[in-house]
Design a protein around this ligand. Sequence first.
Ligand SMILES: [Zn+2]
Length: 284
Amino acid sequence: MATVGRQRRPKVGREVAATARVHTGARRWAATAALALCAVTALGTACARGAPRTAGTGAAVPPALYRVATSRPAVALTYDDGPRAGPGGTEAIVALLKANGAHATFFVLGEEVARHPEVVRAAARAGMEIENHADRHLHLPGLGEAALRRAVAGGADAVERTVGRRPHWLRPPYGALSPRVRRVAHDLGERVVLWSTDTRDWTNPGSGAIVRRVLGRLRPGDIVLMHDGGADRSQTVEATRQLLPALRARGYEMLTLDELVAAGRAHPTPAAGSATGAAPRPRR
Ligand SMILES: [Zn+2]
């Protein structure tokens, strides 16, 4: 279990290095091509042209969502890798959200849902959105087709069994994306979502740093990446405690991802092209 836990801990920053190690030779070229497509995807409309098509239906696979184009001051706080029981995890974050009248979205791992179903149910009862982070914390682009489908469907099954609702968003572990991941997610009724603000909370930079990373470049429609599992997340809990009133003081609402997308439809950004949003802003 400890080994699994360690493998699960690498997050976005280390994911890049892990990806580089995995891909060599022809696989490195393929990975580079895939990443290039993702970069194009991140820029918006060009992505749709490059999108793979679902076999049989001919329907275009939607690009990944990075942020929502909306004029309404609202953000989606999102938490990955849970559920985690105890004071440094999901339960503490949900309690803070409830106390502040805020909503958030939790991207859960199927295997953790099986361990702590009651934590997920309580979050859902409190109005939180429960979405898919796959069955285990695997690098999805490195899996074969069948294993990839099992990983995505396994996470979705666990969510549905536990809260009675099938997820429709997939956040791939490590943010590791490929056209095939998007296509398989689409086949299974899910769209890929990443983020516009990476708090890098998993590096334990201090709650103040996490808060500053959210507020420093705050924009309506931001999708904020944090973590409620994988390790003790006390810094994220403390950051959430500070963030909720700080966002409120700036006139922002804290919505679930679905609520934020609906806000984007109701209050689109006049100049923005699409609700798929812009590329994530690289940070240092
Ligand atoms: Zn994760």
